[in-house]
Structures are given as C-alpha cells and as structure tokens.
Design a protein around this ligand. Structure first.
Ligand code: AMP
Length: 265
C-alpha cells in the first residue's frame, strides 16, 4: 500500500501498472471514508488489477458559506480503510499540489448540472467537473467508480468524460445505508443525536414517494414537513424510460443532506 501526495509520482505508478498490462481502477473521494466509499473500493478491487483511491477535499466545489474548513479529515484512518477494502494506492495531494496558483480554467457541464444541487449550490458542479477532469488527466486510462448517492454528480461526470473524450469508463455504484436507512455520508458526523434521529425522514420520504412516484414530490414534501428538525430544500422526481428517480435534499440543523431512490418502471 502506497500513499502518494505528488501528481508526478501518482501518474508514474499508474503508467507503470498499465505498462505491466494491469488494469487501473480509480475511486475519487473527499476522504473521511465510510462503508459507502469502501463499497466503491471493493468493487474496483474486484474488477481492476490496481485500485487507486484519491483523497482530496476540493476547495473549488465548496461555496463561500459552506463547510470547507470544517469538513472532517482523518488521512490515517482513510488509508487503513482503503487498504482493507483492497486499494493499492492512496493519492492525497495538498491543495497547493492540485492548485499551485490561481485557477483560470474551469470545466462547465451544462444541462445535467442545472437544477437541484446545481441550483442550490451555484458553482458546485463546475468545481466537481474541474477536479474530476484533473484527476482523469493525471490518472490516465482507467475505470472510475462513483456512487449513486450523488446521483446528479454521476450524470455530470459521465457527460464530462464523454464530451472531453477521457479514456475513462464511469461505473455507478449503489447507495450504502445505515441500518435505519440513512444514506452514509461523511457529513453525518455533524449531526446531534436528535438530528441523527430526525435525518431518517429523508429515506422514509423517498420510500413513501416511491409508492406513488407520479406524485412523488408532494408525497416527499409532506413527509418531511412532519419532521420539525428537517427543512426541505427540494424533492424532485426524474421520469426516464426505465425508472422514476426520486431525489431529495434537506437541511438538518446546519447540515445539508441529500439522498435518492430509483423506482423501476
Ligand atoms: P465524497 O467523499 O462524499 O465526495 O464521495 C466520494 C464518492 O463516494 C462519490 O462517488 C460518492 O457518490 C460516493 N459515496 C458517498 N457516500 C456513498 C454511499 N453512502 N454509498 C455509495 N457511494 C457513496
């Protein structure tokens, strides 16, 4: 298990792996790993010869009033979790390494990045697309694993990889939940005991909405309205050929949580 913090060293390792005929799996994260992240790493380790986990709290994707400074970090623990899940490499660059000067180039994916998270967090998806493009440019040809937990992000990353011809296959992975249904998130540590209990309403709202997806927005909103500690940001349903995708975002105290659920047609 290697922990690297320089772009050149990381690139060389992955180039050497490919030169030796090995396939590469990439799992981009912001660290403070949990079982959701571990499921991505395990999937990659099962499908690829060499799995690299990146740990980088990307300042570009945080708004001015968001939790960049407070975002939980514990690299030692992350390295242990990544190794146990089957990773061969952890790339954890300092901000200076990724952004040594002013960032004058940004990647903007229109369409899929509009509405929902894009509307609530202006600039967020430009930050995500820009850092993921950098990681793809550094990592080279690979399979890259992303969670459906960030459903809109998965769409943005897929579109970005296609439009910019990155030699990267994007693999979407299912959401891992706590026993009571709360989607695992690094941000769950912010919740007080009361907030943690109240936060289960997101999944309950998704499940209720899934029972009547054509009125899913209203059903989800009504469910959340019954929980005084939780303030709804949005509850939406995307209607595609093969499924309804219910998506929800809410604030619990100062913590913003998102979740989603697919209902097959
Ligand atoms: P983050 O560290 O929050 O940026 O997440 C890194 C990756 O892990 C993203 O692709 C997320 O969608 C994914 N992820 C986060 N939480 C979960 C979860 N509960 N289940 C599955 N994937 C997740």
């Amino acid at each position: 298990m290697q922990v690297l913090d320089r772009i050149e060293g990381f690139r060389k390792e992955l180039d050497a792996a490919r030169a030796a005929g090995k396939s590469v799996g990439l799992v981009p994260t912001m660290g403070f790993l949990h079982e959701g992240h571990a499921s991505l790493i395990e999937r990659s380790a099962g499908e690829c010869d060499v799995t690299a986990v990146t740990v980088f709290v990307n300042p570009l994707q945080f708004g001015a009033h968001e939790d960049l400074a407070a975002y939980p970090r514990d690299l030692e623990r992350d390295v242990a979790i990544a190794e146990a899940a089957g990773a061969a490499l952890v790339f954890a660059p300092p901000v200076q390494e990724m952004y040594p000067g002013d960032v004058l180039t940004a990647v903007h994916v229109s369409g899929v990045s509009e509405g929902m998270e894009g509307a609530s967090r202006p600039g967020h998806f430009d930050g995500v697309a820009t850092v993921v493009a950098k990681l793809f440019a550094i990592a080279g040809a690979c399979r890259a694993y992303f969670g459906e937990k960030d459903f809109q992000q998965l769409g943005v990353v897929r579109r970005m990889a296609t439009d910019l011809s990155f030699p990267v296959d994007i693999v979407g992975c299912p959401i891992v939940r706590e026993a009571d249904g709360l989607a695992m998130s690094s941000r769950n540590v912010y919740l007080s005991a009361d907030e943690r209990r109240a936060a289960t309403v997101l999944y309950r709202a998704l499940q209720k909405g899934a029972g009547d997806p054509r009125h899913g927005s209203e059903v989800m909103a009504a469910t959340v309205a019954a929980e005084p500690l939780v303030h709804l940001d949005y509850a939406e349903v995307i209607d595609t050929d093969h499924e309804y995708r219910l998506l929800i975002a809410a604030r619990v105290g100062t913590t913003r949580l998102i979740d989603n659920l697919g209902v097959a047609k």
